[in-house]
Design a binder for this molecule. Structure first.
Ligand SMILES: NC(=O)c1ccc[n+]([C@@H]2O[C@H](COP(=O)([O-])OP(=O)(O)OC[C@H]3O[C@@H](n4cnc5c(N)ncnc54)[C@H](OP(=O)(O)O)[C@@H]3O)[C@@H](O)[C@H]2O)c1
Length: 247
């Protein structure tokens, strides 16, 4: 079964925040959505027929990521994929809210952050490459402003994993072009989700638009990137920061 528009989205990290808003946007536009997170779909969304294909998986585990790809491809039954949004990510904090840096924290923690934030997007892009080729689809990687400059709160493992994902977007854009698949990234600044702690409000004075962003504002950009309006755009990274990245 495909959605009203005959298009299918695969998105990770659908249970809340930016991913939840993005799924709601695609579903409202008539797309079929196939989603994943460790939690089930929020109760209020379970009766939405556009959102019936949710697979519970822990994508921080390499074997689970492979299992998710296999399960999703089985559900698709050979149908094409028109968009893959690599959204699930983790930004671990210390109990004292200090930055998790190069000199503190367990190195195993760095591996876990890179597994979810970097290797899972690569695993999924590889796994869905054939279905994306069939759909002449688009990949959107959700990176971060923290991948581009030192951030006051984000830790080094998170920031470097997102910088690596930005670089992966560039490399994938060229390799996936041969498949007719576009690959872009969105780089959010401070967006009001569970990932943001109250101290992030202190950053508002240095944001030119003088406010935090909303998940819907990220979802709108992700959606448009997956449409024909952006048919000649690949390898781009769009900052959704209210101008904060300019400093
Ligand atoms: N919020 C911001 O200001 C901001 C800024 C820059 C970049 N970003 C990026 O935007 C993306 C979404 O962030 P958000 O703020 O919406 O985060 P969030 O509210 O914490 O939501 C994260 C989503 O990812 C899922 N997830 C987390 N770990 C997972 C795992 N191991 N396996 C499968 N799913 C997992 C979560 O679901 P479960 O817990 O149910 O698994 C949830 O649906 C992330 O990549 C983040 O780095 C956010």
């Amino acid at each position: 079964m495909t959605g009203r528009e005959g298009r299918t989205l695969v998105l990770t990290g659908a249970s809340r925040g930016i991913g939840h808003a993005t799924v709601k946007r695609f579903a409202a536009e008539g797309w079929r959505v196939l989603t994943c997170s460790r939690e089930d779909v929020p109760a209020e969304c379970r009766r939405d027929p556009a959102w019936s294909d949710h697979i519970v998986a822990d994508l921080a585990d390499a074997a689970e990521a492979e299992r998710f790809v296999a399960a999703a491809l089985a559900r698709l039954g050979g149908a094409p994929v028109h968009a893959l949004v690599n959204n699930a990510g983790v930004s671990p904090k210390t109990p004292y809210k200090e930055r998790l840096g190069c000199l503190n924290g367990d190195l195993a923690g760095w591996h876990a952050v890179f597994q979810l934030n970097f290797f899972t997007p690569l695993t999924l892009a590889r796994g869905f490459a054939g279905a994306l080729h069939a759909g002449k689809g688009a990949v959107v990687n959700v990176t971060s402003i923290a991948g581009h400059a030192v951030h006051p709160f984000a830790g080094s493992a998170y920031s470097t994993s997102k910088a690596a994902l930005s670089a992966l977007t560039r490399e994938m854009a060229v390799e996936f072009a041969a498949l007719g698949v576009r690959v872009n990234a969105v780089s959010p600044g401070e967006i009001e989700t569970a990932m943001l702690a109250p101290e992030y409000e202190n950053l508002v004075p240095r944001i030119p638009l003088h406010r935090l962003g909303t998940p819907d504002e990220v979802a709108g950009v992700v959606f448009r990137l997956c449409t024909e309006d952006f048919g000649y755009v690949t390898g781009a990274e769009i900052f959704i920061t209210g101008g904060q990245h300019l400093f």
